[in-house]
Design a protein. Sequence first.
Length: 264
Amino acid sequence: MNTNNPHITNLDYGDRGHVIVTTDSSAMAQRAADLILSHSIQARDQNRIASIALSGGSTPKAMGELLATEPLRSEVAWNHLRIFWGDERWVPLSDPESNAGEARRGYLDAVTIPTENVIPFETEHLTPKESASKLESMIRMHLSGDPTPRFDLILLGMGGDGHTASLFPDTEAIQEHHDLVVSHLIEKLSSIRLTFTPALINAAKNVVFLVGGTGKADMLEQVLDGGIDVDRLPSQVVRPTNGTLTWIVDRAAAAELERFGVDV
């Protein structure tokens, strides 16, 4: 437990990750924004570019609003960031369902990041398979790592069914060990998705889940306290091989965790 900050609780889940419980969704968004800031400053100080993969969802959207607002807008070393997305819907960038499109309209177009440093999935004039293959080639071109490219930071969410990125329960992508990026049909959604595979996610230096709300409490308890079943609970497949795994969650989402005491 963190005794230095009465608003933060730290829970150690071993190889399942380190859990940081914040007060609410606003605090989660602030911590996520601070992560982007710190990675940019570290990259600037080391004269390099940090590669970061974003996710969709309400917390990343709130994070983006903070990043586009002073003082963070001026504090982030935007020239030293390269932005990807860990998954995407098969829709044009102009569609409100596009993770990358919403991020660009919401804040990336308002900051000074170089255009060439924002690398979304291409969802027009290509097949889904071609799009996945092209993004994998871009990742291999821009990121170092042998044999697997290593992101500095990958942000992930978790769905109420335990999925993360677009790795949904009982889909083949969960067990993909060769390709780093794949396209696949999610039958229950009748939707084509593009996604990073576990091979790429688990090679990252830092992986951070952002999970909030009472609707996620039961699933978070299953993922962190329950037995291992990655096909049913794809979020459990995230286990960085040589990096850190952190969960930033709010009190509502943490409410059913065995290690989250009522006295905090």
